[in-house]
Every structure is written in C-alpha cells, then in structure tokens.
Write a protein that binds this ligand. Structure first.
Ligand code: PBG
Length: 329
C-alpha cells in the first residue's frame, strides 16, 4: 500500500490561476435578466418595503434602468406593472389597453435603448381586483379557456408595443400554442416566447405581490393552476407541452429550491432553460445579509453560479445589477 494518495484533487485547487483554468461553469453579466417594477407618474421612485434595495420606477426611471442594464452588460430586462387600483377590474381589461403602463414602458425602452431585450409578463394578476392570473367564475375558479383568450389579447398588445419576449406566467393549459398562432398571424414571427413552464404554487412570491400591489387583493391561493411542489414528472410534461406548442425557451420558478427540476428539464430536453430567483429568495438573502449571517457579494455570486451549474442559460434575479457589477462588466 502506497503511503500517498494516487490522485490528489487538491492539486488543481492550489492556486487561483489553476482554479480559474479548471472552472467548469462560467457566470457573466450576459446570464442575467433584470426584473423591474413600473410605477405610474413621473420621476417616481417607490422603494418596495418587502424587497430591500428594490424600487418601482416610473417610465423615465425604467428607461434609466435600461441604460444601466446596457452599461452593465445585462442583455435583457423583465417588466412588471403596478397598475393603479382604479384601473383594476374583475376581468383585468386594462391588460388589453395599448396605452397601459406596461406598453408605455416597452415603447420608451425600445425607443431609448433598443439594444436591450424587453421581456414582458403575460398574466392578469397586476390588472384584476381579485389578484388572480385569470378570469374567475362565480365559484371562484380560474377558468382556463376564456383566460387563454384574454392572454392572447394581452400578448398581442405587448408585441405591438415592441416586446421582444412574451413570457406567460399564468399556467393556463394551451396558452402557448394560442399565443404563438396569434403572433404568427400578426406577423410577429421573431417575437420570442419564454414560457413559465414549470411554475409552482409557492410561498416565495409574497414580496412580489407587494411590489405589484396584488397581495392584499388575492382571494385564496393559486393552487388550481400553479404546480404542486411535490411534483417533478408533471413539470416535465408541462415543459414538453410548451415546447410542442412553440415556446422558444422555458422557465422554472422559483429557483434555488427547484434546481432539481432545472437539471432534469435540461437533461431531458436540451433546450434553453431559465430560472427565476424569485422575490422571496431575494428577500431571504437580503435579510440574512442584514442579520450578519452571510456576506452579500459572495452569497449572490454563489447562488447565481448554482443556477448555471444546474443547466440554466440565464437567471431572472433582482440581484442582476449587483451581480453584474461584481462580475466586472
Ligand atoms: C404573476 C407572477 C408572479 C411572479 C411573477 N409573475 C407571482 C404569482 O404568481 O403570484 C413572482 C415573481 C417573484 O416572486 O419574484 N403572474
């Protein structure tokens, strides 16, 4: 028996240059999508109490964030409106208004910084009085097919305003195919669809609902349309359907607690997979940092690297500007 190990895995870890050389995964600003909340008004910045360090911005501020994204090397921003409460209705009709907050922000961004991609959320929750992603019947059930029709209208409205990536987050059956067909029908052949394919009914969305003003409104929960955290096979079925219906890329959401799903989707389908490190995950990190339990720079980069290692093409994260600065854009 030899007196030394035949293989020393520590040898390649012994110096910084060697660790860099042997890194299996890279993280760059090009892996980041920056979610932004839009507020009504001018020169408005409203800090979101539940998301320390995140604000809602009026359209002029959204444009400034778009320029910041460009300068930091972040390729894409994701938009979410905080619709004024007097414009919220049972049927969320404001989602179809070509001059709604979302459309004004899309147009302003594409006008000022056309080189930054604009991803837009398709779901009715920022526009409804009940806070659900779709149309609700007398029993409180979110009806599928009528909702899908409304989402087609919402997606077309965003595409006409200039959205680059339509991102349905509602989890209705059949909506990807319906939206793809409608986009093609209007000549939007190059408008992408990133489907929130495996989106779970999650306790991690609380701060987001504060940011878009739907938390106090939400009646019940979203378990009849968003997935059960117990299920993984079902996520693969969701992804298979959305791809067959024409999705260009798929998303898993939330992020860190669902990296097993990311890895399985990537291995099975070999398509671009994104993950959303959601509001509750961001808040957990920020609260841990504030409590002295973790160091922000290191924990932000480590969690984002984990997404890449699991197989993500990119990550939607509220830490996008922080991470891009650390990565030395
Ligand atoms: C709603 C939507 C949600 C998020 C993105 N789009 C919340 C929900 O489903 O209730 C959550 C994002 C986050 O928590 O950061 N269609």
């Amino acid at each position: 028996m030899s007196s030394y190990p035949a293989v020393r895995l520590r040898r390649t870890r012994a110096s910084a240059w060697s660790r860099r050389l042997h890194a299996e995964t890279v993280l760059t600003p090009a892996d980041l999508i920056w979610p932004l909340f839009i507020a009504e008004g001018q020169e408005v910045e409203e800090p979101v109490a539940a998301l320390p360090g995140v604000s809602r911005w009026s359209v002029d501020g959204i444009v400034a964030r778009g320029r910041e994204a460009r300068d930091l090397g972040i390729p894409c921003v994701a938009l979410f409106p905080n619709t004024p409460s007097h414009l919220r209705t049972d049927d969320g009709a404001e989602a179809l208004n070509p001059d709604n907050l979302m459309c004004r922000a899309i147009r302003a961004l594409k006008d000022a910084v056309p080189e930054v991609g604009v991803l837009t959320d398709v779901a009715l929750d920022p526009y409804t009085t009940h806070g659900h992603d779709g149309l609700v019947d007398a029993a409180g059930y979110v009806v599928n097919d009528a909702t899908a029709d409304a989402l087609v209208g919402q997606a077309l409205n965003q595409a006409r305003a200039g959205s680059d990536v339509i991102a349905p987050s509602d989890m209705m059956d059949g909506r990807i195919g319906a939206i793809r067909e409608a986009l093609e029908g209007e000549g939007f052949a190059n408008t992408q669809i990133m489907s929130y394919a495996a989106k779970y009914a999650s306790a991690f969305y609380g701060p987001f609902r504060d940011a878009v003003g739907s938390r106090g409104l939400l009646k019940g929960d979203k378990k009849t349309y968003q997935m059960d955290s117990a299920n993984a096979e079902e996520a693969l079925r969701e992804v298979a359907l959305d791809l067959a219906e024409g999705a260009d890329s798929v998303m898993v959401k939330p992020g860190l607690p669902y990296l097993d799903i990311v890895a399985r989707v990537k291995q099975r389908f070999e398509v671009p997979v994104f993950a959303y490190q959601v509001s509750g995950e961001y808040a957990m990190i920020e609260h841990a940092v504030a409590a002295g339990a973790a160091e922000r720079d290191a924990i932000v980069l480590e969690t984002l690297m984990a997404f890449k290692r699991a197989g993500c093409a990119g990550v939607l994260t509220y830490h996008a500007p922080v991470a891009a600065r650390l990565l030395g854009a």
